[in-house]
Design a protein around this ligand. Structure first.
Ligand code: ZN
Length: 117
C-alpha cells in the first residue's frame, strides 16, 4: 500500500523517465503511515484500559541522545547505534537503555502534570 510509484520510461528518450506522480504518492504514503500509527495507538489504548494500565504517549524525539545524568542533548552522544557516551559528563550506557530511561521520565512527568491539573 505504501509502495513507491512505478517509474515510467520515456519511449522517445532512452534512459529517461516521464513524470509518474511519485511526489503525490510520497505524500499519500506519509498519510497512510500516520493513520497506521493512529490506529495502533487506539488499539493499544483499548488493550491498556482492559488490562487496567495507563498508556501515556511520549514524543520520542531526542530520547536516545539526551544524557539521563546531566541532560546534555547532542547527536555526538551516540558514537554508534548501541553506545551512548555523554560528551559533557562522560556518562556511558547502552543507547536503548538510555532511551527507555528518558521515555519513562517523560511519561512520568506527563502523568504528574495531568494529575496536578
Ligand atoms: Zn551527561
Amino acid at each position: 500500500m505504501t509502495r513507491r510509484a512505478k517509474p515510467v520510461p520515456d519511449p522517445e528518450n532512452h534512459g529517461a523517465f516521464l513524470p509518474n506522480g511519485q511526489a503525490a504518492k510520497s505524500g499519500l504514503n506519509k498519510s497512510i503511515l500516520d493513520a497506521g500509527w493512529g490506529v495502533f495507538l487506539s488499539v493499544l489504548t483499548a488493550k491498556a484500559e482492559k488490562a487496567g494500565r495507563d498508556l501515556i504517549p511520549v514524543n520520542p524525539a531526542n530520547t536516545s541522545r539526551t544524557c539521563p545524568e546531566c541532560g546534555h542533548c547532542a547527536k555526538g552522544n551516540r558514537p554508534s547505534q548501541a553506545v551512548f557516551t555523554c560528551q559533557q559528563c562522560g556518562f556511558t550506557g547502552h543507547a536503548d537503555v538510555i532511551g527507555a530511561i528518558n521515555i519513562l521520565r517523560a511519561g512520568t512527568a506527563l502523568r504528574e502534570t495531568a494529575h496536578a491539573a
